[in-house]
Structure formats: C-alpha cells, structure tokens
Write a protein of this length. Structure first.
Length: 143
C-alpha cells in the first residue's frame, strides 16, 4: 500500500535528482545560451533544498515554484523539448501535491492520486527527457 510519506519521499527524490543534473557550476563552452542554461540550472537547487516531503503543502508549493522558475529558463535548442516536458511534469507534481494535501491519506482517492502522480513523473516521456538533459549537462556543463 502506498502511503503519504513513501509517495512524497519518492517524488521528492526524483525532483532532487533532476536538480542535481543541473547543479554543475560551469560550462564547457557551447555559447552564451548554454552557459546561461547551466548557471540557471545550478540556481534551481535552492528551490527544493529544505522541503520536508512529509509536508504535502510545502512539497506542492516547492514543485510549483520550481516549475515557475524553470519556465523562466530558455533551454538550448538541443534540449528545449525535454526541458518543456520536465517543466510541465514539475508543475503537474506541484498541483497534485497540493491536491493530496486536502485528502485524507486513508481515503482511496489519496492512494489513487499519489499513485497517478508517481506514475506521471516516472513516465517514459519524463524519464527520457531527464536522461537527455542529464546527457546534455554532462557534456556541456562541468563542476
């Protein structure tokens, strides 16, 4: 059975992994837009740094803020579509966590919603986007 803590911990871990992809401090050239993208990704770390995954309202707010900050970042053409997918997934997760906060964790609707958000954020599309962004970051950004 899925519970509130395991669901939020799993999704919080996914968000942290996404952010770690971009927490690389400098870039290996590739133009100003790549450098700006690497720097902007690094700056996203603070958004999720102090989130307690057992606090659904806080987690929802953090995901929503993260998505809003991601929307302000212009990704290089090579990963623009992937960035859009990931940004949407973070926004959807924010809305879902906010909705989960209003549900009783013993209610089957809570479990259904928590399972759905976990499935969405771990979908093939989001996973592929994350892998593409990780590859791009490894090749273009450096610590």
């Amino acid at each position: 059975m899925t519970n509130r803590k395991s669901t939020t911990t799993t999704l919080g871990g996914i968000a942290t992994a996404v952010l770690l992809t971009f927490s690389l401090a400098a870039c290996n050239g590739g133009g100003a837009d790549v450098a700006a993208f690497c720097k902007a990704g690094e700056d996203l770390d603070a958004t999720m740094a102090d989130v307690d995954p057992s606090d659904l309202a806080s987690t929802g707010g953090a995901f929503t803020t993260l998505a809003a900050e991601m929307e302000k970042i212009t990704a290089p053409d090579d990963v623009a579509a992937d960035w859009k997918v990931l940004t949407g997934a973070m926004g959807d997760a924010g809305a879902a966590f906010t909705e989960l906060n209003d549900l009783d964790p013993t209610d089957p609707a809570f479990v259904d919603k928590a399972t759905a958000v976990g499935d969405d954020i771990q979908s093939d599309e989001v996973t592929a986007a994350m892998k593409n962004l990780e590859t791009f970051s490894a090749e273009n950004c450096k610590a």
